[in-house]
Design a protein around this ligand. Sequence first.
Ligand code: ATP
Length: 298
Amino acid sequence: MMQTINACELAICLGGQPRLQQVSLQLHSGELLALLGHNGAGKSTLIKLLLGLYQPDSGSLTVLGDKPGRQPLQVGYLPENVSFYPQMQLGELLQYFADLKGINRRRVKQLLAEFGLQHCAKQPLRVCSKGERQRLGLAQALLSQPALLLLDEPTVGLDPLASTFMYQTLQTLRSQGCSIVVCTHELALVEPVLDQLLILEHGRVAASGTLPALQQQAQLPWQIRLPSGHAWHTDPLLAPWLREQQLLFPASLLPQLSQRLTQHWHCVDYQLQPPDLRQLFCHFLAGTDARATLAEAV
Ligand SMILES: Nc1ncnc2c1ncn2[C@@H]1O[C@H](COP(=O)(O)OP(=O)(O)OP(=O)(O)O)[C@@H](O)[C@H]1O
């Protein structure tokens, strides 16, 4: 698998303050990285480094085997607050971006159709809905069929259907070999599609790796929801972990408990739930003040 991003010990100061420190990250082709962190953690700053808009003060960074910013057509970008010329028509604007990148009209038509934007192609941007503008934003990022897509909070303000559509699109792109970095607070939406996670806390890496690796590392309790109609409390092996209709236990006990359920109780219809991304996020950012309230709610 080709390495799309190779970042080693990146650091940058902005406005006289360290904004990123010792940030390392490797991403391969066809992988999706969820870039998470509290507001002001440094997510957008990292994206700007990947685009070559900022230069690191120290550390090394290659994007598609090159210095960042050297292959603009290979990198698609959807900024956080995308604003387009309000008086331009949606289709006209996509064509304008295509012309800037030297891309032909067929691709513009194809993207308008793919993103369900044909009906509003002749509408000025100022009357287009947030969802239509965001789909346009993604379409412009995909004009040149980039190998790497960088998305900064792509679903802010979108309704649940539009957000789901956005993540389905990302999943398709990923399966076609596109590498994706998505910066988001929509943990439930990104969880099923991510390959890797990078959680930033005040510019430093609070956690990074795959979801199973972080689930292992966090050592948060796992849950098994049990079916009703059994006297679970009579089992000396299960009883210590029983809370109403569920077992809450350390991951290391999973083989033992699941064996007990299947062999002793002949129970196979239990639901196993490892810690989810929201719980992991709170766990790894537990020291961050704003996170404390959130952690209590989980
Ligand atoms: N050009 C700049 N000059 C000075 N400070 C900056 C600059 N760009 C970003 N910062 C500061 O660096 C910190 C990280 O900002 P950044 O935009 O990367 O955070 P973020 O994680 O994307 O936040 P959010 O989730 O709120 O979008 C913030 O404190 C921000 O004010």
